[in-house]
Design a binder for this molecule. Structure first.
Ligand code: GAP
Length: 557
């Protein structure tokens, strides 16, 4: 209970707001705030403070996520949300923006970095057979001649004969693809459009911004093999910028002109291309797939096991099947709903010039099923071409037979921005009761791991909050949030995908514990301040935070 007290200091009167509480059977009195010298002013202020105090307490108790629904948002709504929250801005927006280029804001950069970090952890640190590199964006132009990009990497700008709308198609799609309105494209007047950005390097002339990261892996293959002392089969991973002068950038980040890729090239002895040692562990796993033949017959998706896909020749070998499965698992492990994922086999007429076979992972966006990942069996194409163009030996020695081998390459290629869209779309929920968005990102990906609040503005609470923030910041991206009501602060952090809201209250000062609220249900547990770091670490790693403390409110949905 809170009440006003008058204190005389050096003969002058001052009014304070005190509070009594029964703690462990004993009644304790605390000063909540200094009010004023005048009784009238003090009463006014006290009324205000008590009102806020009660409101906050009520909000903490009543914070319950009662009705949560998965929101299917359009890509435009997502881009508006991303801008409002500080995830993504159009690049150069103050000058009207530049199509196909995007800047990442204070939350966006964290999500993007976390996606790349999780990818690297999974593909490099957790394995013994993959090492990383970081190649240059501009490299020797011969690299792009050898790879076939000079000459092959282009699209055609076409106009619909019926509605006159412009479109972009590849040469192998001439006569096969129609405009959205059903009209034929005017192929006779199709204009070739080079997808590689050109630039100049000093005096030496024309060069290109890389359109994929893969070629830097191939051109460095021999050095990495020797210096990292790798043995076949092994992989090289790289994440970094790629540039494509897309004719029609569209769908927010989906088709941009500057984007990032996370690519892994896995090098296998062609004679051992089916020797994936743990095949029996994955062969029965079933995944929804749109096969090439189903596309030709305008058929439906089917569920096929990995071994059925290998038997049907969708994967020409078991190592390719494994890398597709492993990449698909990455999305699942980070919480993507499997019903929104499927595979799509490339038809023969759309295979890239370097690929023997290709299978994409697609995500069901609001604008349709779209490619988010591409896997290719690149055979010996790339190393063979670099060998021809550079006249350097790209073969490695088979120590058992003494033979020299040109490895076969299996590629697993992710787009960072497309993964970003997938994680945002899949985690976008709406809390009907509180009318705010809840971004149910996997805590590993959440831009901010925890927000720390003093329950009310009070010096002791603020001091303890600041100390907790300083300690947590040594390990996690944590924010201190003291503005607005508790309800507003929860809502603000739910929208940013912050998994844990930590509140400091009276009990925190006495018992040295805090409440930790779990974003997805609104349930709260009390955790000792000394255990906080450890609990957050465990919970980010997958354990429910609700198992790591004492439940304070039964807020189950
Ligand atoms: N090294 C092979 C390669 O680059 P790709 O299918 O052209 O293959 C691989 O690209 C991935 O890169 C795609 O699955 C997609 O995630 C991403 N990507 C490609 N073009 C993109 C673009 N214009 N904007 C954003 N991401 C793109």
């Amino acid at each position: 209970m809170a009440f006003i007290v008058k204190k005389k200091i050096n003969g002058k009167e001052y009014y304070y707001l005190n509070e009594t509480k029964r703690i462990n059977g004993k009644v304790k009195t605390k000063t909540l705030a200094y009010l004023d010298k005048s009784k009238k002013e003090a009463e006014k202020k006290a009324k205000e403070i008590i009102k806020n105090l009660n409101k906050n307490k009520k909000e903490v108790i009543q914070d319950k996520i009662s009705e949560m629904e998965k929101k299917d948002i359009t890509i435009n709504e997502l881009s508006v949300f991303c801008k409002r929250k500080g995830f993504v801005y159009q690049s150069g927006e103050i000058y009207g923006g530049l199509a196909g280029f995007w800047d990442f804001g204070h939350l966006g950069v964290e999500l993007k970095n976390n996606i790349k970090k999780e990818w690297w952890n999974y593909h490099v640190y957790q394995r013994d057979d993959v090492v990383g590199i970081d190649g240059s964006i501009i490299t020797h132009p011969k690299v792009w001649e050898a790879s076939g990009h000079v000459g092959n990497f282009n699209d055609f700008f076409v106009v619909c004969k019926n509605c006159k709308k412009p479109g972009k198609i590849a040469q192998n799609e001439f006569g096969k693809i129609k405009c959205e309105c059903g009209g034929e494209y005017d192929i006779a007047n199709a204009k070739k459009f080079d997808l590689m950005f050109k630039t100049n390097v000093g005096e030496s002339g024309e060069a290109f911004l890389r359109p994929e990261t893969a070629q830097l892996i191939f051109s460095n293959f021999k050095s990495v093999y020797e210096n990292a002392r790798m043995k076949l089969p092994f992989g090289i991973a790289q994440s970094g910028k790629a540039f494509r002068n897309e004719i029609a950038p569209r769908d927010f980040l989906f088709r941009s002109r500057e984007f990032e890729q996370m690519e892994l090239q896995f090098f296998v002895d062609p004679n051992k291309i089916n020797d994936y040692p743990y095949y029996n562990k994955i062969e029965k796993y079933k995944i929804k797939i749109l096969t090439a033949s189903a596309q030709e017959d305008k058929g439906e998706e089917s569920f096929l096991s990995i071994s059925e896909m290998v038997e049907k020749g969708i994967f020409k070998n078991k190592w390719h099947a494994y890398w597709l499965y492993n990449s698909y698992k990455w999305f699942l492990d980070l919480g993507i709903d499997e019903k929104n994922l499927r595979l799509r086999e490339h038809r023969k007429d759309e295979l890239s010039h370097y690929a023997k076979s290709a299978v994409d992972i697609e995500y069901k966006f609001s604008f349709g099923w779209k490619e988010i990942f591409g896997s290719h069996d690149r055979g010996q194409f790339d190393l063979g071409e670099h060998e021809k163009f550079s006249k350097k030996d790209m073969k490695v020695l088979d120590e058992e037979t003494g033979e020299k081998i040109l490895p076969n390459v299996i590629e697993a290629s992710f787009g960072v921005e497309r993964a970003f869209l997938v994680f945002m779309s899949d985690s976008y929920f709406y809390d009907k009761a509180r009318e705010n968005i809840i971004l149910k990102l996997n805590p590993k990906l959440s831009p901010i791991k925890a927000a720390v609040f003093p329950i009310v503005k009070k010096k002791e609470f603020e001091k303890l909050s600041e100390e907790i923030v300083a300690e947590l910041k040594k390990e996690f991206n944590v924010v201190y949030d003291k503005s607005g009501s508790i309800g507003r602060r929860y809502a603000r952090n739910d929208e940013a995908g912050t998994p844990y809201c930590i509140t400091i209250d009276d009990e925190s000062l006495i018992k040295k514990n805090v409440t930790v609220r779990w974003r997805d249900t609104g349930e709260q547990v009390r955790i000792k301040i000394k255990d906080l770091k450890d609990s957050l670490r465990k919970s980010i790693d997958g354990e429910s935070i609700l198992n790591l403390g004492k439940l304070v409110n039964t807020r189950k949905k």
